[in-house]
Design a protein around this ligand. Sequence first.
Ligand code: HEC
Length: 266
Amino acid sequence: MKSVSLISKLAVAGLAFAVSGTAMASGGHALPYSYVADVDNLPSVQRGASAFMGYCSGCHSMKYLRYSRVGQDLKIPEDLLKANLMFTSDKVGDQIISSLSKAEGAKWFGQAPPDLTLETRARGEDWVYSYLKSFYVDPTRPMGVNNLVLPGASMPHVLWEKQGWQKKAEAEHHEGGEAAHGEKKEGEHAEAAGHGHASPFTLVQQGTLEPREYDKFVGDIVNFMAYAAEPGRSHRQSLGIKAIVYLLILLGFAYLLKKEYWRDVH
Ligand code: HEC
């Protein structure tokens, strides 16, 4: 009996580990925002794919991924894929390669935009989410913006139409009076949904999206990028859980069999 309860405890621990596997991948560090990607949210990953192709693939490639695979995994029919997602090629078997060459990228931005297939695994989902939310106005930079997460980034704020423009909160501090600042801070507190601390930015000009909608928009992109970094993840996890459930059922039968076997002996 004792060994059975130990085994079932181990099985439950294994199940918990399988489920939390994704959350554990990101370490603790001082990023302004945290985010755990949801690759099983198909509509979100589809929206993210469309946003990525529209706003990012002009500069960034995802060379380890083919359009056909994206279409298959995200259940996007070929005609829709061609019409809405394929801006850099018209062959579905092609890899997602940016139309911007490395040399051009280096010439224009000082450094070629990196391939983003494995970005969420290299940097973390939190990091990419924070990066896309952390462009702020900085007239000293060539692009007029800087980034809190990647200081001195040479990428322009490509999502400015959606987010609008934000300033670093400290910059406000010197301009505004003490009382006004105090009030503002409380307002920001409410904005920083669920994060216990105030946003490091003040929105000076809102874009076409409300801050909350922008968060969702960026979340969609990160969900798509997390899918791209490991296209089989969703399938593999569900297979792992099925395998553990199967083993638990088997354990139940083994236990019944053991009881049956020893009944006459006791
Ligand atoms: C106009 C070209 C351009 C567009 C469009 C663009 N980027 Fe970039 N991106 C760059 C450049 C250049 C860098 C390199 C920045 C640096 O290291 O200074 C970069 C860097 C990045 C990085 C950081 C890479 C790293 O690990 O250092 C991420 C993440 C990223 N881009 C995501 C995106 C996403 C998501 C989009 C679409 C919403 C996008 N980019 C659109 C040019 C672009």
